[in-house]
Write a protein that binds this ligand. Structure first.
Ligand code: FAD
Length: 399
């Protein structure tokens, strides 16, 4: 049989291959990735790894796993898809025939587009090589400017503070992590950083970077910030080029249906590169999280093996900054009412839509997060009236 070909051996691609084998799929599997190393975990790269204490991040699966499961892991780049001939072209010149094709190509960093942004001490963070270079720079840097107050920017800011650097964070939005958390959580996380000594320039954009050695970052209000290292975390762009060249539909990522099939039903797209019709959200969704990559990987394996349900996994996410672990379950965009439960240093914010629970943000309350995931994935969520009653606990409700 022609093999199952998976392009991209990140969290999503590796999961499809593993789940297929776990569930007894016997045909050949070829997993290709332009990066030549054993696929690894990305989350540690912006967290403990940056402070120099941690070893390289753990592999997603050990090297022997691929051999013993007859998964051919190939360090090549896919350059072309011909959906009619069912062929993937590789940069080695080879043409690979496929039965099913999975695009799990992830995303690439958005580049800061201002004069001077190509200076050598301007760093991005996506791969192990990026993290290695950044870690090396952090060890000798004094003044750091982080551009972008999203998860990656703030995790990097926390690591830079731990390394003893002076840290300034710039973002065009007027609150941190604005795309992904509630306003209450933004102000809470900003307070955590401010307490640690981080200085924020919010509602400001970067006009230019001056110099090459020690840099100066000039903002739109004329302020100039000194920086011997600039870390840019201004978001990502889904890797859609292959799909687009093949004529597949693109819509904020490779567009897929409720079975995660692209406009060609034998080609699936999953993880950071794909946008899907999320029944829990009001619009087509593209998520950048390990949960999304892993759940979509499992789903596609199941679909190929005959499962017929539509994709409906609950989104969840975590970030770790200093000693604060923030975990989120559900879709915050739907929140029209919220309620905080717990202690000042360990609490959860429950979000409701039309009186019914839709999302929970937990600060150092992993038990609440686990309970929230169980509740939100199930049929019966508490109403805001139930949650406001004395003694209400997510953990007890979930039992
Ligand atoms: P990726 O993991 O990006 O893998 C895509 C792979 O495809 C890459 O290896 C790439 O080389 C390969 N590829 C692309 N095009 C081609 C081609 N044409 N030919 C061959 N290979 C190709 N998420 C969380 O939930 N929690 C966190 O705490 C968290 N922290 C993060 C920290 C960092 C520093 C980063 C960068 C991300 C973090 N994320 C976190 C996000 C999470 O890592 C991503 O959502 C996840 O990796 C997406 O998986 P993926 O398989 O879709 O893409």
């Amino acid at each position: 049989a022609a093999p199952m070909v998976i392009v991209g051996a990140g969290h999503a691609g590796v999961q499809v291959a593993s789940s297929l084998r776990e569930r007894g799929f016997a045909d050949p599997i070829v997993l290709i990735d332009a990066q030549a190393r054993t696929p690894y975990q990305r989350p540690p790269l912006s967290k403990e790894y940056l402070n120099g204490a941690a070893p390289d991040p753990a592999p997603l699966r050990h090297r022997q796993f691929y051999d013993s499961n007859n998964i051919q892991l190939r360090p090549v780049q896919a350059t072309r898809i011909d959906p009619h001939a069912r062929i993937v072209g590789l940069d080695s010149g080879e043409q690979l025939e496929y039965r099913y094709l999975v695009l799990a190509t992830g995303a690439g960093n958005r580049v800061l587009d201002v004069p001077g942004a190509d200076a050598p001490r301007v760093r991005y963070l996506r791969t192990l090589d990026d993290a290695r270079a950044l870690r090396e720079n952090l060890a000798t840097a004094t003044d750091i400017v982080v551009i972008g107050a999203g998860f990656i920017g703030l995790e990097a800011a926390a690591a830079a503070r731990k390394s003893g650097c002076r840290v300034r964070v710039v973002d065009t939005a007027d609150r941190v992590m604005a795309r992904a958390v509630s306003p209450a959580t933004s102000s809470r996380m900003m307070r955590v950083h401010s307490r640690e000594g981080v200085i924020f320039h919010l509602g400001r954009s970067v006009r230019e970077l001056l110099g090459t050695g020690p840099l100066k970052v000039r903002l739109d209000d004329g302020t100039t910030l000194p920086a011997d290292l600039v870390i840019v975390g201004v978001g990502v762009t889904p890797a859609t080029q292959l799909a687009q060249d093949a004529g597949l539909t693109i819509e904020n990522g490779v567009s897929v249906n409720e079975f995660l099939q692209t406009s060609d039903p034998d080609i699936f797209a999953i993880g950071d590169c794909a946008s899907f019709p999320d029944p829990r959200a009001t619009t087509r969704t593209r998520l950048e999280s390990v949960q999304n990559a892993v759940d979509q990987g499992k789903f596609v394996a199941g679909h190929i093996l005959g499962d017929r349900a539509a994709y409906h996994a609950l989104p969840w996410f975590w970030t770790h900054q200093y000693s604060t672990k923030l975990q989120i379950a559900g879709h915050l965009s739907r929140s029209d009412e919220s309620l905080q439960l717990g202690e000042p240093e360990a609490f959860s914010i429950l979000h409701f839509q039309a009186g019914s629970l839709v999302a929970v943000e937990s600060f150092n309350r992993p038990g609440d997060h686990v309970a929230a995931r169980r509740i939100l994935a199930g049929a019966e969520a508490p109403t805001s009236a139930q949650a406001r009653a004395d003694g209400f606990s997510l953990k007890l409700y979930a039992q």
